[in-house]
Ligand binder design. Structure first.
Ligand code: SAH
Length: 346
């Protein structure tokens, strides 16, 4: 039986250099191959033209390059593009390119499916199959960067981890991918242009603060009242708001990085003044701003976007308390590419 070959992009540059010295070559060969893999995006060892044939064969015998494949690309009327991305084991995740006048944002997935059970989110209907590897996250970004150049004549400018999955439940791989995205040996993007969005795992928020990460943090809050939040995001029972709040205070103290709260206002769920007041109180614990996002219906009836009257009420109360608030419209709804709609219909 053939022994299982290793994913060459799962090893570090140092390990690759060591592989070559152990096999009687120069460590420098590791740098060359590494550059092919990450900067030049080689899809096969054959592509590595400045590496000798014998060396390429040796790599072939020991490793595989697990590249993602964009199976299906859908383009929306508003310029949004959704990719169905096939992984080496034939599982599929989705990622989205969102263009505006001034920027192009990639919305990427961190897991296949999701282990959380937010009642309003399409991805929660799929069970979590597995975590994405760092290179699978990185490849989604590269694919969108290419599409941005091709269809919008400019490189990708921003990345949000708001696709499928909970990034903080695949923390190590997300961090490795971001390291590669921000490294000059990868895409050289500024971490300030990356947002990691979490439903709020207190322990991992503290870990991020301790790791002194430079990217931005968004928290999907949706309610600042425990009973309400638990009813729509049941894991809130395990990680109640007091724990989340303490972790966020810790985050701000360490990073001095303002937090963004994502918030959908639903009819009959969180549309009263009491809900808005609770949000204001929550926002006072650490410097933050609120993004009110439009609800994208995923099935009939369960959840309905609140009346604009309720949203105006929120904006009013937040502004009176000097909390920055933006109301964001959804993009790419016609192709099911909007927030919370990613669920592989195909
Ligand atoms: N698990 C992470 C990232 C993925 S969800 C998180 O929870 O933040 C990305 C964002 O989309 C979150 O703010 C989430 O609450 C929101 N979202 C999920 N389903 C939605 C829907 N149907 N309409 C609007 N936003 C939704």
């Amino acid at each position: 039986m053939e022994t299982k070959k290793k994913d060459i992009r799962a090893i570090t540059k140092a390990q690759l250099r060591e592989f070559f010295t152990k096999n009687g070559d120069k460590a420098f060969r590791g740098n060359q191959v590494y550059e092919w893999l990450w900067q030049k995006g080689a899809h096969s060892f054959e592509d590595m033209t400045n590496v000798s044939k014998e060396t390429r064969q040796m790599l072939e015998n020991n490793f595989v390059i697990n590249h993602i494949k964009v199976d299906q690309m859908q383009r929306s009327n508003d310029g949004t593009i959704k990719n169905a991305v096939r992984l080496h084991d034939n599982l599929i995740v989705e990622s989205v390119l969102i263009p505006t006048k001034t920027r192009t944002t990639a919305c990427v997935s961190s897991q296949v499916g999701c282990s959380l059970d937010c009642k309003f989110c399409a991805t929660s209907r799929l069970k979590r199959m597995r975590n994405l590897n760092p290179d699978e996250i990185y490849d989604q970004v590269v694919a969108i960067d290419n599409e941005s150049r091709l269809y919008h004549n400019r490189p990708l400018s921003n990345i949000v981890f708001m696709g499928m999955g909970e990034p903080l439940m695949n923390y190590n791989n997300v961090i490795k991918a971001i390291d590669k995205i921000t490294s000059p040996e990868g895409l050289g993007m500024s971490p300030k242009r990356i947002v990691v969005s979490t439903s709020g795992v207190p322990k991992m928020i503290r870990k991020m603060a301790d790791d002194d990460v430079k990217f931005k943090l968004a928290v999907s809050l949706h309610s600042a009242i425990d009973a309400v939040r638990t009813s729509i995001m049941p894991f809130n029972e395990t990680f109640p708001l007091t724990d989340l709040r303490a972790a966020l205070i810790y985050w701000y103290a360490k990073t001095k990085n303002r937090i963004t709260y994502e918030y959908v206002v639903w009819d009959g769920i969180n549309d009263t003044k009491k809900d808005a007041d609770a949000l204001v109180e929550f926002c006072k614990f650490a410097p933050s701003k609120v993004n009110i996002i439009e609800y994208n219906p995923i099935d009939d009836g369960m959840f309905q976007q609140a009346q604009s009257k309720a949203i105006d009420m929120y904006v009013d109360i937040l502004e009176k308390n000097h909390i920055t608030v933006t109301v964001r419209r959804s993009r790419g709804k016609d192709i099911d590419a909007a927030c919370g709609q990613l669920a592989n219909k195909s």
